[in-house]
Design a binder for this molecule. Structure first.
Ligand SMILES: NC(=O)C1=CN([C@@H]2O[C@H](COP(=O)(O)OP(=O)(O)OC[C@H]3O[C@@H](n4cnc5c(N)ncnc54)[C@H](OP(=O)(O)O)[C@@H]3O)[C@@H](O)[C@H]2O)C=CC1
Ligand SMILES: O=C(O)[C@@H]1CCC=N1
Length: 275
């Protein structure tokens, strides 16, 4: 994997996270190419990460063995269509990380014989703790399958899903998931300030608590429910907080939020997909 040339079309938030994680895990920056319509963003990526830049998407495709399509879902069709001829290159693998753009549409725009992996990563790839779901079409070779998996594994964990529809759920759970935890952290910080803590102290305590909770959940054989009970002393403080969360419909609200994200992934595929 280390010797493969990887190109990113779109050098925004997610590409930045993936590229930083790849480099930190030992992938040489000289083996990475980026193209972005925003020249300022491109120069900044090149100077901060020492990756190669390509003046056009076609130049990038000519250089690499795997192209990670990291533009907004709304731009995917135009980007693929504009470079269709360049994608006519032996053994090229397209990895699309766009939310909601399905294999059927990608194949229609790119060509039915092309190797395509759909992937849903997340931004913690930046610090090599990403979580990705992947789905390959029937044209993907074993080597390309391993290549896509190795790219994602170098920045975190990677899980293949058998049915493509599962990627809508992966998007709702782990693709968007970091934002849910950040939202909780933001809300806790506001509450902590009201309770009299300084911003610095509140932030430090919340970040360390989030890290500790995640680590204990990962490393312990107990379920989150069991771990929660260990914190919740009968008649104590946590019990009051949990009761308040549930009176406000917390569990039902989380279910509704994830359903909304899942449904948006499906509606994106209808809005933006090929006819
Ligand atoms: N952010 C996240 O947490 C995650 C995002 N994703 C997916 O990743 C993809 C990218 O998201 P994100 O990184 O947040 O988006 P960004 O908008 O941050 O990045 C996309 C970049 O692509 C550039 N771009 C637009 N059109 C072209 C083009 N024709 N050729 C080359 N570059 C172009 C944009 O430039 P400009 O700004 O000038 O338009 C921008 O710099 C999306 O499809 C999203 O669904 C998946 C998982 C998580
Ligand atoms: O919000 C989005 O649509 C993208 C996909 C998952 C995370 N960010």
């Amino acid at each position: 994997m280390k010797t493969k040339k990887i190109g990113f079309i779109g050098g925004g938030n997610m590409a930045h996270s993936l590229i930083s994680g790849l480099i930190a895990s030992g992938h040489p920056a000289q083996q990475i190419w980026v193209a972005d319509s925003d020249q300022e963003k491109l120069s900044s990526l090149a100077s901060s990460m020492h990756v190669n830049t390509s003046a056009t998407n076609d130049d990038l495709i000519a250089q690499v063995e795997v192209v990670v399509l990291a533009v907004k879902p709304q731009s995917i069709a135009a980007v693929i269509r504009a470079s269709k001829a360049s994608f006519n290159k032996a053994n090229i693998l397209l990895v699309s990380i766009a939310a909601g753009i399905n294999q059927q549409s990608l194949s229609k725009w790119l060509g039915a014989d092309k190797a395509i992996v759909r992937c849903m990563p997340n931004t913690p790839a930046l610090v090599q703790t990403g979580a990705s779901g992947l789905h390959a079409n029937q044209n993907v070779t074993e080597e390309q399958h391993d290549l896509a998996e190795n790219i994602m594994r170098s920045v975190g964990i990677a899980v293949w899903v058998e049915n493509e529809f599962e990627l809508d759920a992966v998007t709702a759970v782990s693709g968007s998931g970091p934002a849910y935890f950040f939202l909780l952290m933001e809300a806790m910080e506001k509450a902590a300030l009201e309770l009299g803590l300084s911003q610095h102290t509140a932030q430090l305590l919340i970040e360390q608590t989030a890290l500790g909770a995640a680590r204990i959940a990962l490393e312990s054989s107990e379920s989150p429910g069991e771990l929660r009970k260990r914190v919740t002393s009968p008649g104590g403080t946590t019990e009051e907080a949990i009761k308040t969360f549930e009176q406000g419909g917390f569990t039902a609200l989380v279910k509704k939020a994830l359903q909304a994200a899942n449904d948006r992934s499906i509606s994106l595929s209808k809005e933006l997909g090929a006819e």
